[in-house]
Design a binder for this molecule. Structure first.
Ligand code: NAP
Length: 279
């Protein structure tokens, strides 16, 4: 019988996950189909019960349900528990098990550009859900230091206090991070500033950036944010949010099927759909 997979969120209509995963199901000759399900906050528990009743084989979770879904699952992987968010659920013989592939997806994408993180000083801009997954994962990956700059300092302090992996970190106001910018080898932008339709905004001024810094923005609509344009203008190497998106999807696909799909192909499918080139 055909297996059914999906992604839940609100909004969900523009999700790239169905085209990406359906292509992989076809390519690896798996009898399965992936759908986007629009689930409102108040219907989340009923949706999970319904998915169990119809034996949904697995699903992704996107904004705003990544944390709210956790009490409705049977088991949560320790890393997802520490991050406090689930983006992938596997149906293991009727038990729903939650994982988080956002941080590891970011890391795998970054490794293609930076083979070693030894002696690297990183600045993380933002302290929301995606920032938390990236912060914990990069701390575990052995980055020398990770400073966090965010509008709401309490949220950044919360991340530093609750990180299970020791890493040298300072919490900074955006203005203070701008002053110290030449310290950082790696700058990662995780706020929603610059995302469509507010494409002329950037969360930070990059004038003091190090010449050979590597700059990542996890946003992929637009493909090149103002933040990435500024970084390029200063001579930095850049990466947009498409590789992270493809890798988090590939790692979820692997948990569902045991097959790690071709991430280059996944990226090109998403890019084609968005009508552009990777940065
Ligand atoms: P979130 O939990 O809501 O966090 C939002 C972050 O943006 C917080 O740090 C927040 O600061 C900051 N922010 C929002 N509006 C701001 C404003 N007007 N001024 C200053 N700071 C502002 O969201 P999330 O789930 O982490 O997602 C963040 C972004 O990452 C989104 O654009 C999302 O599309 C993208 N994303 C991409 C991928 C991928 O695979 N490429 C995966 C996940 C997320 P405060 O703490 O001060 O509110």
């Amino acid at each position: 019988m055909k297996k059914i997979y999906g992604v839940i969120g609100d909004p969900i209509a523009h999700s790239m996950s169905p085209i990406m995963h359906n292509d992989s199901f076809q390519r690896y000759d798996i009898n399965a189909e992936f759908f986007a399900f629009h689930v409102k906050k108040e219907a989340l528990q009923d949706a999970v019960k319904g998915f169990k009743a119809i034996h949904l084989a697995g699903f992704n979770i996107t904004v705003p349900h990544k944390t709210a879904i956790m009490p409705f699952l049977d088991e949560i992987d320790p890393l997802a528990q520490a991050i406090g968010a689930v983006n992938t659920v596997v149906n293991d013989d009727g038990r729903f098990i939650g994982y988080n592939t956002d941080g590891s997806g970011f890391l795998e994408a970054l490794k293609k550009e930076i083979p070693s993180f030894d002696n690297k000083n990183m600045l993380l801009i933002g302290a929301g859900g995606a920032a938390r997954a990236i912060y914990f994962t990069m701390a575990h990956a052995g980055v020398q230091s990770i400073d966090i700059a965010n509008r709401t300092l309490d949220k950044a302090e919360y991340l530093v206090k609750n990180c299970p992996y020791p890493v040298d970190s300072a919490v900074l106001r955006i203005e203070d991070a701008e002053e110290k910018l030449s310290k950082y080898d790696l700058i990662v932008q995780t706020t929603s500033i610059g995302m469509h339709p507010e494409i002329n905004r950037s969360p930070i001024c990059l004038d003091r950036i190090k010449k050979d810094a590597f700059v990542s923005d996890i946003i992929y609509t637009p493909l090149e944010t103002k933040f990435l344009q500024d970084a390029k203008r200063h001579g930095a190497r850049t990466q947009n949010g498409i590789p992270m998106f493809a890798y988090q999807g590939a790692l979820a696909f692997e948990k569902w099927t045991g097959i790690l799909p071709d991430t280059e192909r996944m990226q090109s499918i998403v890019l084609k759909h968005l009508g552009g080139k990777s940065c």
